[in-house]
Design a protein around this ligand. Structure first.
Ligand code: ATP
Ligand code: MEV
Ligand code: MG
Length: 385
């Protein structure tokens, strides 16, 4: 088998992070920054994992026996079917913790064991253009990329192996994008991985990384593709304050449990913000009034941001600083993703010149922040082999 490579995009959440965990609607779009994962079969009956973005992990080799000999390996994987995404056995998770002591990374071993049953050895290299732990969905693109290459390596196809997903006698080159049933399989396995990374993921991050473009999402109804996004100018700024989405999501859940009468109205208002955003996108398609769209979006950015900070408590003083620097340029910003640090998105104004953008970036840089160059609406997971 030659090598298999998958790339999966990161994302920004325009509106509705955390509220989506509480069952409300959120809106997300994919980013042009992607995670790339390459897999090559080896003959050493081992798993070599190379994660250059995490120097504390680096490159490590695990003999497949050391995984297969874990006490609950057999009971966890023997009855599994790659076509049926399955949640990790809690006993097995704690055993995996003994093999990889870095938080989140046993997710990788879980997906590897559950999808492949540890029957063949591979060298796997994973690197990302995304900042890690910054609200741009690095964990979801990590899971999506891994699931895509592993399912491909083991010929596990929800479609049974259509011409879009694999090369057939008649097709020299399959499409880089799997068919919809296969995408949904990748998405469901990735969600199982995100559950280990995040604790209680809504599923929005893996959905947008798998499917790409833009979508709305609720826990009850899943994703709905958003066919149109107006040409909004968005600048992404990384505060470089790293944090764990798992801890932040759990904090909001606990706050809601303790103060439901205070937090539920916050969640309802955020859902209304998402709905108003969708309405203003439709209105703009009909009337082409960008000024009116911009005004509404600025209000929605401000409101959603302050509800996240004041209501859910997921702010950080570095985020406040980015918001106030952008405000001094007349611009409106909100945190994106889990918050507590990570990235802030700023709505640029139409007619803002390149010189003004450069000055803004310089002010942010001088304060210790980094602006990221990225476009929204990239394609979802893609596979080459
Ligand atoms: N390129 C990578 N190399 C190694 N591990 C990665 C990589 N990308 C993501 N991870 C894993 O994902 C974890 C970060 O996940 P987390 O959900 O906290 O942040 P995020 O996904 O970037 O932000 P958010 O979920 O708010 O969008 C890291 O601690 C690491 O375990
Ligand atoms: C904070 C959160 O809403 C988005 C993280 O990108 C968590 C989730 O939906 O899983
Ligand atoms: Mg994440």
């Amino acid at each position: 088998m030659s090598s298999i490579t998958a790339t999966a995009p990161g994302k920004i959440i325009l509106f509705g992070e955390h509220a989506v965990v509480q069952g409300k609607t959120a809106i997300a779009t994919s980013l042009s920054l992607r995670t790339k994962i390459t897999l090559v079969e080896n003959q050493r009956d081992s798993l070599v994992l190379d994660l250059p973005d995490l120097p504390e992990f680096g490159k490590r080799e695990f003999s497949l026996d050391s995984i297969r000999n874990l006490p609950s390996f057999k009971e966890s994987v023997e009855k599994l079917d790659g076509l049926v995404p399955t949640e990790c056995n809690p006993k097995f998770i704690s055993e995996l913790n003994q093999l990889i002591d870095i938080k989140g990374l046993h997710t990788f071993l879980f997906l590897f064991c559950y999808i492949t049953k540890c029957t063949r050895g591979f060298d796997i290299h994973l690197s990302s253009q995304l900042p890690i732990g910054s609200g741009l969905g690095s964990s979801a693109s990590f899971c999506v990329g891994i699931c895509a290459v592993l399912l491909k390596a083991f010929n596990i196809y929800a479609c049974g192996g259509c011409g879009q997903c694999c090369k057939t006698d008649n097709s020299v080159q399959a499409s880089e994008q799997p068919c919809l049933p296969q995408l949904l399989l990748i998405n469901q396995w990735s969600l199982q991985g995100e559950k280990i990374m995040h604790g209680t993921p809504s599923g929005i991050d893996n959905a947008v990384s798998t499917l790409g473009k833009a979508l709305t999402f609720t826990r009850k109804d899943g994703y709905k593709p958003l066919n149109y996004i107006p040409p909004l100018g968005i600048l992404i700024t990384d505060t470089k304050v790293s944090r764990s989405a798992k801890v932040l999501v759990e904090g909001v859940i606990q706050r809601q449990k303790k103060y439901p009468t205070l937090i539920d109205p916050v969640s309802n208002l955020i859902e209304q913000i998402s709905n108003d955003c969708l309405q203003s996108f439709t209105k703009y398609q009909n009337d082409n009034d960008f000024q009116s769209l911009q005004e509404t979006m600025e209000l929605l950015f401000d409101m959603n941001h302050h509800l996240l900070v004041g209501g859910y408590g997921v702010g950080h003083f570095a985020i406040d600083k980015v918001v106030s620097i952008t405000k001094s340029h007349g611009l409106h910003s909100k945190l994106t993703g889990a918050g507590g640090g990570g990235c802030v998105i700023t709505l640029l104004k139409p007619g803002f010149t390149q010189e003004q953008i450069n000055q803004l970036k310089l002010d942010l840089k001088n304060a210790g922040f980094e602006s990221l160059e990225a476009t929204v609406g990239d394609i979802g997971v893609s596979i080459t082999y």
